[in-house]
Design a protein around this ligand. Structure first.
Ligand code: RIB
Ligand code: CA
Length: 309
């Protein structure tokens, strides 16, 4: 079975790994992409998305530039993690341009065209998706599924003690998306275990294309590696596509969630009714664990697939 996907991204090095895996694996068809500010400005994330597609000879995939600002405030970008241009390694300037539509419009257009034959994957701040929901409130019922990388339901954050970076960057959008109709949320609870090893990074960096392109995307500053509890870097966004390829990568449980939208200490924190102390019915499927070995195996298979593409 082939899963058709729309990828909403802020590349970003782990976004880039996810895109490469989706392009490389025969069970994923990348129909379209939209970009959002987050890891860097939307100008940089759009340039990076186009450059990644060009590097892998997939300029046929339309890319729509999306939000440059969250619903309230500004994005707190992370060039110190992902590099000056928002992505590590050397990518040439793309020769292509984004399509005319806004990222949110492209999401809606794809949902209307493909219905339950498309899955939406959002791995940056949720701004484009929240805007798409404003344009088309039935979006969650139209598509096959909405998968998010974001949030920390039962564990500490990576941007603040309480909040994961994507949700912290646009908590209003994250809250709207969570309330919209049972998304699959892959947050830090699981993605901290979607790691690669130092040996894998060394091996990739010493090989030819496509491995030498992917190698630098895998290697994170030590401060970031430590957040996962070890020194193997978590490739957060890639966990979602790995799960679409192999549904045993992530384990999900049903919970009631909301997202704290204030600008104070808890901005972007997920409030998860883990003990079911309210009467609120579950409104999200939450990834509670990731199988590291399965993740690595899918990752290697998908990147190997780029050679055949
Ligand atoms: O917290 C991890 C998320 O934040 C990933 O999407 C990564 O790309 C960063 O933006
Ligand atoms: Ca991302």
């Amino acid at each position: 079975m082939v899963t058709r996907v729309h990828l909403d991204v802020d590349p970003g090095s782990d976004d880039a790994v996810m895109i490469a895996m989706a392009l490389g694996h025969p069970s994923i068809e990348v129909a379209s992409m939209s970009t959002v500010g987050g890891n860097s400005t939307v100008d940089n994330t759009t340039r990076n998305a186009l450059a990644i597609l060009e590097r892998f000879d997939r300029t046929d995939v339309p890319v729509a530039r999306g939000a440059s600002e969250p619903m309230e405030g500004t994005y707190d970008t992370a060039e110190w993690i992902h590099g000056e241009n928002g992505i590590r390694g050397d990518l040439s300037e793309p020769s292509t341009e984004p399509v005319e539509a806004h990222g949110a419009e492209l999401i809606v257009r794809q949902a209307r065209e493909h219905g339950d034959d498309i899955t939406i994957v959002a791995v940056g701040p949720m701004t484009n998706l929240a805007m798409a929901l404003q344009l088309e409130p039935s979006l969650p019922d139209m598509v096959d599924g909405i998968y998010l990388m974001g949030g920390a339901a039962t564990v500490a954050g990576n941007k603040t003690p309480m909040a994961e970076a994507n949700f912290h960057n646009d908590p209003v959008a994250a809250s709207r998306v969570i309330q919209s109709g049972r998304p699959f949320m892959a947050g830090l609870d699981a993605t901290h275990d979607a790691t690669v090893s130092g040996e894998m990074i060394d091996e990739y960096s010493g090989l030819d294309e496509p491995y030498d392109i992917v190698g630098p995307w895998l290697d994170y500053p030590d401060e970031i590696k430590r957040l996962g509890g070890g020194m193997d870097p978590a490739i957060h966004d890639a966990a979602v596509v790995a799960h679409l390829i192999d549904p045993a990568v992530l384990t999900f449980g049903s919970y009631y969630l909301d997202v704290e939208t204030t600008s104070g200490l808890c901005r972007g924190a997920v409030v998860c009714d883990e003990r079911r102390v309210t009467d609120n019915a579950p409104n999200a499927e939450v990834a509670v664990a990731a199988d590291t070995e399965r993740f690595r195996s899918v990752f290697e298979e998908a990147i190997d697939g780029l050679l055949e593409g």
